[in-house]
Design a protein around this ligand. Structure first.
Ligand code: ADP
Ligand code: MN
Ligand code: MN
Ligand code: MN
Ligand code: MN
Length: 365
């Protein structure tokens, strides 16, 4: 598909010339929001007279919800309310990226605005000091709509050498990963690390460790940065949890701890949380992908380092479980646990809300 790489082939030296132009006091602010699919991001940009110092300096704006699957033509204005501000790594300082919540004409949250209810839960549980870290896996696709770098007819050699690999024969598309990493650091995303994955042209980066709602904000904006970086290279980052049947899928492992879990004797509290998660397995599966569990059906097969979607399991250091307690946590008797079930295309707000409610609220909220 030619169109896929067409923007990436525009003259970037010419772009540089314009990017160097002074812009006076004015500031470009790019508003980012989640559209009606609950998985895709949209953005548009406006000029502010001066650089905003914090989120309060950025006005509420609006967009045409009938073009994003979020409203009818006849009543299409939707409000976007800034909630988190980052530096713009593409047009550079003083320009900003702002993640927004979406509200309908009557000021109720849009259907895919799951941040509002998540934030209520996080605020209620503030004293637990909930920490999260999410491992975002993704697969690069080339202009030919095959995984990036794969032969047009046929397959690369079987999985084995690719995970954390070096060498042109095994690491497909490192430039994307590195440019995204730098973009995240510049923007102010709490990016924790990155690695090449088991399937060739599949990669992972981790966001965290963040307290409460911040993990969702940072993960969504890190996804936005990933898609923008990929534009420049003429490739597409797919968050589909199972792009190819016989190859490793893509997840969004969610690491969790409370203050009690991190303190002496914390393993006891981790085990209490796991007991509660076990009882709510199917409820969690329903919110761990945007298709109510259908996406994860393809991924959580019990093979390719996953547990079966139908059963709940947990163990120390076992990557075939629903919940894994990292070996070091088992040895030290405190720390955090990893929920391996969330799919790569999950909404982090829904995931952390479900975990927090199940483990700490004993309610369904
Ligand atoms: P894995 O071994 O599963 O591949 P990674 O190294 O990819 O793990 O990611 C580890 C994740 O765990 C990071 O996102 C990090 O922020 C998170 N993490 C580390 N310590 C804690 C903690 N105490 N509570 C919650 N998350 C944590
Ligand atoms: Mn217009
Ligand atoms: Mn990882
Ligand atoms: Mn991984
Ligand atoms: Mn993991």
């Amino acid at each position: 598909m030619e169109t896929l790489s067409i923007s990436s082939r525009l003259n970037k030296t010419v772009r540089e010339q314009y990017m160097k132009l002074p812009q006076g006091e004015s500031c470009m602010v790019t508003y980012i929001w989640i559209d009606g699919t609950g998985t895709e991001l949209r953005s548009k940009t406006k000029t502010l007279d001066r650089e905003p110092k914090d989120i309060e300096d950025i006005p509420i704006w609006n967009f045409d919800g009938s073009s994003t699957d979020q409203a009818k033509d006849s009543n299409s204005d939707m409000n976007i309310v800034p909630v988190a501000m980052f530096r713009d790594p593409f047009t550079l300082d003083p320009n900003k990226l702002v993640l927004c919540e979406v509200y309908k004409y009557d000021n109720t949250p849009a259907e895919t605005n799951h941040r509002v209810s998540c934030k209520l839960v996080m605020d209620e549980l503030k004293e637990h000091c909930l920490w999260f870290g999410m491992e975002q896996e993704y697969t690069l696709f080339g202009a030919d709509e095959r995984p990036f770098g794969w032969p047009a007819n046929g397959y690369p050699k079987p999985q084995g050498p690719y995970y954390c690999s070096v060498g042109a024969n095994n690491a497909y598309g490192r430039d994307i990963m590195e440019c995204h990493y730098k973009a995240c650091l510049y923007a102010g995303i709490k990016i924790y690390g990155t690695n090449a994955e088991v399937m060739p042209s599949q990669w992972e980066f981790q966001v965290g460790t963040c307290e409460g709602i911040e993990i969702g904000d940072h993960l969504w904006v890190s996804r936005y940065l990933l898609h923008r970086v990929c534009e420049d290279f003429g490739v597409v980052a797919s968050l589909d949890p199972k792009p190819l049947k016989e190859w490793n899928g893509a997840g969004c492992h969610t690491n969790v701890s409370t203050k009690q879990m991190r303190e002496e004797g914390g393993l006891h509290h981790i085990n209490l949380a796991i007991d509660k998660l076990k009882k709510k397995h199917s409820d969690h599966i329903r919110v761990y992908d945007p298709a109510g569990g259908d996406d994860n059906k393809r991924r959580l097969t019990g093979r390719h380092e996953t547990s079966s979607i139908h059963t709940f399991s947990s163990a120390v250091a076992d990557r075939g479980c629903s919940i894994r307690i990292p070996r070091q946590v088992g040895e030290e008797g405190k720390g955090y646990f990893e929920d391996r079930r969330p799919a790569s295309n999950c909404d982090p707000y829904m995931v952390i809300k479900a975990i927090a409610c199940t483990c700490l609220l004993d309610s369904d909220k």
